[in-house]
Write a protein that binds this ligand. Structure first.
Ligand code: SF4
Length: 368
Protein backbone atom coordinates (compact mmCIF):
# COMPACT_ATOMS: atom_id res chain seq x y z
CA UNK A 1 0.00 0.00 0.00
CA UNK A 2 2.85 2.34 0.86
CA UNK A 3 4.28 1.71 -2.59
CA UNK A 4 0.94 2.57 -4.21
CA UNK A 5 0.71 5.76 -2.14
CA UNK A 6 4.17 6.75 -3.28
CA UNK A 7 3.32 6.11 -6.89
CA UNK A 8 0.09 8.07 -6.58
CA UNK A 9 1.40 11.16 -4.86
CA UNK A 10 5.09 11.54 -5.59
CA UNK A 11 5.31 10.23 -9.18
CA UNK A 12 3.55 13.22 -10.79
CA UNK A 13 5.60 15.59 -8.65
CA UNK A 14 8.79 13.85 -9.74
CA UNK A 15 7.69 14.34 -13.35
CA UNK A 16 7.24 18.05 -12.70
CA UNK A 17 10.69 18.31 -11.09
CA UNK A 18 12.31 16.53 -14.02
CA UNK A 19 10.49 18.83 -16.44
CA UNK A 20 11.63 21.90 -14.47
CA UNK A 21 8.04 22.84 -13.68
CA UNK A 22 7.09 24.84 -10.62
CA UNK A 23 5.22 22.98 -7.85
CA UNK A 24 1.91 24.38 -6.61
CA UNK A 25 0.01 24.49 -3.32
CA UNK A 26 -1.59 21.05 -3.78
CA UNK A 27 1.82 19.53 -4.56
CA UNK A 28 3.16 21.06 -1.36
CA UNK A 29 0.38 19.59 0.75
CA UNK A 30 0.79 16.19 -0.92
CA UNK A 31 4.50 16.30 -0.09
CA UNK A 32 3.79 17.23 3.52
CA UNK A 33 1.29 14.39 3.80
CA UNK A 34 3.49 11.63 2.45
CA UNK A 35 4.90 9.08 4.87
CA UNK A 36 7.52 7.94 2.39
CA UNK A 37 10.33 9.92 3.92
CA UNK A 38 13.15 8.38 1.92
CA UNK A 39 11.39 9.03 -1.39
CA UNK A 40 10.79 12.60 -0.27
CA UNK A 41 14.48 13.08 0.54
CA UNK A 42 15.45 11.59 -2.79
CA UNK A 43 13.11 13.97 -4.60
CA UNK A 44 14.44 17.01 -2.73
CA UNK A 45 18.03 16.06 -3.51
CA UNK A 46 17.07 15.57 -7.14
CA UNK A 47 15.46 19.02 -7.26
CA UNK A 48 18.51 20.60 -5.64
CA UNK A 49 20.83 19.04 -8.21
CA UNK A 50 18.45 19.80 -11.10
CA UNK A 51 18.73 23.47 -10.18
CA UNK A 52 22.51 23.44 -10.27
CA UNK A 53 23.45 22.33 -6.75
CA UNK A 54 26.58 20.23 -6.38
CA UNK A 55 28.26 18.39 -3.50
CA UNK A 56 29.31 21.52 -1.62
CA UNK A 57 27.96 22.12 1.86
CA UNK A 58 28.49 25.63 3.17
CA UNK A 59 29.24 27.05 6.58
CA UNK A 60 30.35 30.42 7.92
CA UNK A 61 32.49 31.33 10.92
CA UNK A 62 30.16 33.47 12.94
CA UNK A 63 29.17 34.51 16.43
CA UNK A 64 25.80 35.33 17.92
CA UNK A 65 25.74 38.48 20.05
CA UNK A 66 22.76 40.25 21.60
CA UNK A 67 22.15 43.89 22.47
CA UNK A 68 19.02 43.51 24.57
CA UNK A 69 16.57 40.81 25.66
CA UNK A 70 14.00 43.34 26.90
CA UNK A 71 10.86 42.89 24.82
CA UNK A 72 7.35 44.32 24.78
CA UNK A 73 5.78 41.63 22.62
CA UNK A 74 5.51 38.45 24.74
CA UNK A 75 5.20 35.82 22.01
CA UNK A 76 3.92 32.63 23.60
CA UNK A 77 6.67 30.48 22.13
CA UNK A 78 9.51 32.66 23.41
CA UNK A 79 11.76 31.93 26.39
CA UNK A 80 14.26 34.69 25.57
CA UNK A 81 12.32 37.87 26.24
CA UNK A 82 12.35 39.68 29.60
CA UNK A 83 10.74 42.77 31.04
CA UNK A 84 13.13 45.53 32.06
CA UNK A 85 12.64 44.79 35.79
CA UNK A 86 13.44 41.08 35.60
CA UNK A 87 16.74 40.10 37.14
CA UNK A 88 18.27 38.63 34.00
CA UNK A 89 17.17 41.45 31.67
CA UNK A 90 20.01 43.21 29.87
CA UNK A 91 20.42 46.21 27.57
CA UNK A 92 24.06 46.65 26.59
CA UNK A 93 25.51 50.00 25.68
CA UNK A 94 27.29 50.32 22.33
CA UNK A 95 30.63 50.46 24.12
CA UNK A 96 29.92 47.26 26.09
CA UNK A 97 28.82 45.45 22.94
CA UNK A 98 31.75 46.60 20.81
CA UNK A 99 34.32 45.87 23.49
CA UNK A 100 33.02 42.33 23.83
CA UNK A 101 32.83 41.84 20.04
CA UNK A 102 36.40 43.03 19.52
CA UNK A 103 37.70 40.76 22.29
CA UNK A 104 35.88 37.77 20.84
CA UNK A 105 37.11 38.57 17.36
CA UNK A 106 40.72 38.56 18.56
CA UNK A 107 40.14 35.10 20.00
CA UNK A 108 37.97 33.55 17.32
CA UNK A 109 38.50 35.30 14.03
CA UNK A 110 34.89 35.08 12.89
CA UNK A 111 33.76 36.77 9.66
CA UNK A 112 30.15 37.51 10.67
CA UNK A 113 28.23 38.78 13.68
CA UNK A 114 24.60 37.68 13.87
CA UNK A 115 22.47 39.81 16.17
CA UNK A 116 18.77 39.70 16.99
CA UNK A 117 17.07 41.23 20.01
CA UNK A 118 13.88 41.74 21.92
CA UNK A 119 11.68 44.66 20.87
CA UNK A 120 12.86 47.00 23.60
CA UNK A 121 10.49 49.98 24.06
CA UNK A 122 13.01 51.91 26.19
CA UNK A 123 15.56 52.73 23.45
CA UNK A 124 15.49 54.66 20.18
CA UNK A 125 16.77 54.25 16.63
CA UNK A 126 20.09 55.85 17.52
CA UNK A 127 20.66 53.05 20.05
CA UNK A 128 20.87 50.66 17.09
CA UNK A 129 22.47 52.94 14.50
CA UNK A 130 25.11 54.20 16.94
CA UNK A 131 26.13 50.66 17.79
CA UNK A 132 26.49 49.73 14.13
CA UNK A 133 28.70 52.75 13.47
CA UNK A 134 31.00 51.94 16.39
CA UNK A 135 31.13 48.28 15.51
CA UNK A 136 31.89 48.91 11.84
CA UNK A 137 34.66 51.26 12.81
CA UNK A 138 36.16 48.71 15.20
CA UNK A 139 35.71 45.66 12.93
CA UNK A 140 35.49 46.96 9.34
CA UNK A 141 35.99 43.54 7.75
CA UNK A 142 33.32 41.73 9.73
CA UNK A 143 29.91 41.27 8.10
CA UNK A 144 27.11 42.65 10.28
CA UNK A 145 23.94 40.57 9.91
CA UNK A 146 21.68 42.45 12.27
CA UNK A 147 18.00 42.84 13.17
CA UNK A 148 14.94 40.93 12.06
CA UNK A 149 12.15 42.54 10.04
CA UNK A 150 10.11 42.59 13.27
CA UNK A 151 12.81 44.65 14.94
CA UNK A 152 12.99 47.01 11.97
CA UNK A 153 9.21 47.47 12.20
CA UNK A 154 9.56 48.09 15.93
CA UNK A 155 12.25 50.73 15.31
CA UNK A 156 10.03 52.48 12.78
CA UNK A 157 7.30 52.72 15.43
CA UNK A 158 9.74 53.90 18.10
CA UNK A 159 11.02 56.62 15.81
CA UNK A 160 7.76 57.49 14.04
CA UNK A 161 9.28 56.96 10.59
CA UNK A 162 8.96 54.54 7.68
CA UNK A 163 10.62 51.13 7.24
CA UNK A 164 12.65 52.62 4.43
CA UNK A 165 13.98 55.45 6.58
CA UNK A 166 15.03 52.97 9.28
CA UNK A 167 16.71 50.68 6.76
CA UNK A 168 18.55 53.53 5.06
CA UNK A 169 19.77 54.80 8.44
CA UNK A 170 20.98 51.35 9.50
CA UNK A 171 22.56 50.60 6.14
CA UNK A 172 24.41 53.91 6.20
CA UNK A 173 25.58 53.06 9.73
CA UNK A 174 27.10 49.70 8.76
CA UNK A 175 24.32 47.13 8.42
CA UNK A 176 25.35 44.55 5.78
CA UNK A 177 22.46 42.09 5.72
CA UNK A 178 19.55 40.88 7.82
CA UNK A 179 18.55 37.60 9.45
CA UNK A 180 15.15 36.08 8.69
CA UNK A 181 13.49 35.84 12.10
CA UNK A 182 10.06 37.12 13.04
CA UNK A 183 8.33 35.29 10.21
CA UNK A 184 6.96 32.54 12.50
CA UNK A 185 3.96 31.29 10.47
CA UNK A 186 2.25 33.91 8.33
CA UNK A 187 -1.31 32.54 8.59
CA UNK A 188 -3.51 34.87 10.69
CA UNK A 189 -4.99 31.96 12.64
CA UNK A 190 -1.59 30.78 13.85
CA UNK A 191 -0.22 34.24 14.51
CA UNK A 192 -3.22 35.06 16.69
CA UNK A 193 -2.52 31.95 18.76
CA UNK A 194 1.25 32.10 19.19
CA UNK A 195 2.25 35.73 18.66
CA UNK A 196 -0.77 38.03 18.96
CA UNK A 197 1.42 41.04 19.77
CA UNK A 198 3.57 40.70 16.69
CA UNK A 199 3.25 42.82 13.56
CA UNK A 200 1.05 41.67 10.67
CA UNK A 201 2.90 39.57 8.07
CA UNK A 202 2.40 42.38 5.54
CA UNK A 203 4.80 44.47 7.63
CA UNK A 204 7.37 41.66 7.69
CA UNK A 205 7.19 41.39 3.90
CA UNK A 206 7.30 45.15 3.44
CA UNK A 207 10.58 45.34 5.39
CA UNK A 208 12.18 42.56 3.34
CA UNK A 209 10.85 44.01 0.10
CA UNK A 210 12.41 47.41 0.83
CA UNK A 211 15.63 45.85 2.13
CA UNK A 212 16.06 43.88 -1.09
CA UNK A 213 15.37 46.95 -3.21
CA UNK A 214 18.01 48.85 -1.19
CA UNK A 215 20.53 46.10 -1.87
CA UNK A 216 20.37 44.56 1.60
CA UNK A 217 20.17 40.78 1.28
CA UNK A 218 18.19 38.85 3.90
CA UNK A 219 17.40 35.36 5.13
CA UNK A 220 13.93 33.93 5.65
CA UNK A 221 12.61 31.46 8.22
CA UNK A 222 9.61 29.43 9.33
CA UNK A 223 8.96 28.44 12.94
CA UNK A 224 7.19 25.09 12.76
CA UNK A 225 6.07 22.30 15.03
CA UNK A 226 3.45 24.04 17.22
CA UNK A 227 -0.16 24.66 16.16
CA UNK A 228 0.20 25.07 12.41
CA UNK A 229 -1.29 22.73 9.81
CA UNK A 230 0.48 21.33 6.77
CA UNK A 231 -1.55 23.73 4.63
CA UNK A 232 -0.32 26.69 6.69
CA UNK A 233 3.30 25.56 6.27
CA UNK A 234 2.87 25.36 2.52
CA UNK A 235 1.10 28.73 2.42
CA UNK A 236 4.03 30.21 4.37
CA UNK A 237 6.61 28.86 1.95
CA UNK A 238 4.67 29.99 -1.10
CA UNK A 239 4.36 33.54 0.24
CA UNK A 240 8.16 33.57 0.58
CA UNK A 241 8.52 32.24 -2.95
CA UNK A 242 6.23 35.00 -4.28
CA UNK A 243 8.33 37.63 -2.53
CA UNK A 244 11.50 36.14 -3.96
CA UNK A 245 9.98 36.31 -7.45
CA UNK A 246 9.57 40.05 -6.94
CA UNK A 247 12.91 40.99 -5.35
CA UNK A 248 15.36 38.02 -5.32
CA UNK A 249 16.95 39.14 -2.07
CA UNK A 250 16.58 36.02 0.09
CA UNK A 251 19.87 34.15 0.30
CA UNK A 252 18.59 31.17 2.23
CA UNK A 253 15.60 29.61 3.95
CA UNK A 254 16.04 28.37 7.53
CA UNK A 255 13.38 26.10 9.02
CA UNK A 256 13.30 26.59 12.80
CA UNK A 257 11.84 23.78 14.89
CA UNK A 258 9.76 24.96 17.83
CA UNK A 259 11.33 24.32 21.25
CA UNK A 260 8.57 24.26 23.87
CA UNK A 261 10.65 24.28 27.06
CA UNK A 262 10.12 27.28 29.36
CA UNK A 263 7.07 28.41 27.38
CA UNK A 264 3.32 28.05 28.01
CA UNK A 265 3.33 25.30 25.39
CA UNK A 266 5.48 23.09 27.59
CA UNK A 267 2.85 23.25 30.34
CA UNK A 268 0.23 22.35 27.75
CA UNK A 269 2.10 19.17 26.88
CA UNK A 270 3.76 20.21 23.61
CA UNK A 271 6.86 18.20 22.73
CA UNK A 272 9.84 18.68 20.45
CA UNK A 273 9.38 18.07 16.76
CA UNK A 274 10.38 14.60 15.58
CA UNK A 275 13.36 13.95 13.34
CA UNK A 276 10.99 12.76 10.62
CA UNK A 277 9.11 16.06 10.69
CA UNK A 278 12.35 18.08 10.64
CA UNK A 279 13.55 16.21 7.56
CA UNK A 280 10.17 16.56 5.90
CA UNK A 281 10.16 20.35 6.33
CA UNK A 282 13.65 20.65 4.86
CA UNK A 283 12.77 18.47 1.88
CA UNK A 284 9.47 20.20 1.14
CA UNK A 285 11.13 23.60 1.46
CA UNK A 286 13.80 22.60 -1.07
CA UNK A 287 11.12 21.35 -3.44
CA UNK A 288 8.78 24.34 -3.20
CA UNK A 289 11.30 27.17 -2.87
CA UNK A 290 12.75 26.82 -6.33
CA UNK A 291 14.02 30.41 -6.36
CA UNK A 292 15.78 30.61 -2.97
CA UNK A 293 19.38 29.48 -3.43
CA UNK A 294 20.05 27.69 -0.13
CA UNK A 295 18.18 25.70 2.53
CA UNK A 296 19.90 25.44 5.89
CA UNK A 297 20.06 22.49 8.24
CA UNK A 298 20.81 24.48 11.36
CA UNK A 299 22.91 21.90 13.20
CA UNK A 300 22.95 23.79 16.49
CA UNK A 301 19.21 23.30 16.63
CA UNK A 302 18.85 19.88 14.96
CA UNK A 303 21.99 18.25 16.33
CA UNK A 304 24.83 17.07 14.13
CA UNK A 305 23.54 13.55 13.36
CA UNK A 306 20.17 14.71 12.02
CA UNK A 307 21.72 17.66 10.19
CA UNK A 308 23.99 15.19 8.46
CA UNK A 309 20.96 13.27 7.19
CA UNK A 310 19.32 16.56 6.18
CA UNK A 311 22.16 17.11 3.71
CA UNK A 312 20.53 14.30 1.70
CA UNK A 313 17.10 15.92 2.02
CA UNK A 314 17.83 19.12 0.12
CA UNK A 315 19.89 21.14 2.63
CA UNK A 316 23.25 22.53 1.50
CA UNK A 317 24.24 24.77 4.39
CA UNK A 318 24.79 24.07 8.06
CA UNK A 319 24.98 27.70 9.23
CA UNK A 320 27.90 28.59 11.44
CA UNK A 321 30.72 27.26 13.52
CA UNK A 322 30.51 29.19 16.72
CA UNK A 323 28.44 28.34 19.74
CA UNK A 324 29.58 31.03 22.07
CA UNK A 325 28.77 29.46 25.40
CA UNK A 326 30.78 26.37 24.55
CA UNK A 327 33.69 28.49 23.45
CA UNK A 328 33.69 30.34 26.74
CA UNK A 329 34.06 27.02 28.50
CA UNK A 330 36.89 25.88 26.31
CA UNK A 331 40.37 26.00 27.79
CA UNK A 332 41.67 28.02 24.87
CA UNK A 333 39.16 29.87 22.76
CA UNK A 334 41.23 29.82 19.59
CA UNK A 335 41.76 26.06 19.75
CA UNK A 336 38.07 25.71 20.52
CA UNK A 337 37.17 27.38 17.25
CA UNK A 338 39.56 25.25 15.28
CA UNK A 339 38.07 22.17 16.86
CA UNK A 340 34.63 23.39 15.89
CA UNK A 341 35.68 23.87 12.27
CA UNK A 342 37.39 20.47 12.23
CA UNK A 343 34.29 18.85 13.69
CA UNK A 344 32.08 20.48 11.11
CA UNK A 345 34.41 19.52 8.27
CA UNK A 346 34.45 15.91 9.43
CA UNK A 347 30.69 15.78 9.74
CA UNK A 348 30.15 17.19 6.24
CA UNK A 349 32.75 14.86 4.76
CA UNK A 350 31.26 11.85 6.51
CA UNK A 351 27.97 12.70 4.84
CA UNK A 352 29.75 12.32 1.50
CA UNK A 353 29.81 16.03 0.75
CA UNK A 354 32.44 18.75 0.33
CA UNK A 355 32.82 21.26 3.18
CA UNK A 356 33.14 24.85 1.98
CA UNK A 357 33.69 27.76 4.31
CA UNK A 358 31.85 30.77 2.91
CA UNK A 359 31.44 34.43 3.72
CA UNK A 360 28.00 35.84 4.51
CA UNK A 361 27.16 36.32 0.82
CA UNK A 362 28.21 32.78 -0.18
CA UNK A 363 31.59 33.69 -1.62
CA UNK A 364 33.97 30.80 -1.07
CA UNK A 365 36.71 31.32 1.53
CA UNK A 366 38.12 27.82 1.80
CA UNK A 367 37.21 24.33 0.63
CA UNK A 368 38.36 21.07 2.21
S1 SF4 B 1 9.35 39.58 19.65
FE1 SF4 B 1 11.10 38.16 19.68
S2 SF4 B 1 12.07 38.46 21.70
FE2 SF4 B 1 10.04 39.40 21.79
S3 SF4 B 1 8.72 37.83 22.69
FE3 SF4 B 1 8.55 37.64 20.43
S4 SF4 B 1 10.14 36.15 19.82
FE4 SF4 B 1 10.60 36.81 21.96
Amino acid sequence: MAVLDTLDTLAPIREKILAGERLDFDDGVALMETDDLLALGDLADLARRQRGGGDEVFFVQNINLYQTNVCRVKCKFCAFAKTRKQEDAFTLTADEFVEDAVRQHELLGFTEIHTVNGENPHVDLEYYAGLLRKLKEALPDVHLKFYTASEIHHMSRLEGCSHEEVLRTLRDSGLDSMPGGGAEIFADRVRALIAPGKEHPDEWFDVHDIAHRLGITTQCTMLYGHVETYEERVDHMLRLRDQQDRTSGFLSFIPLAFHPENTVFERRGFRFTTGADDLKVIAVARLLLDNIPHVKAYWIMMGLPLAQVALHFGADDVQGTVVREKIFQAAGASAGTEQKVAELVRFVRDAGRIPVQRDSLYNEIRRW
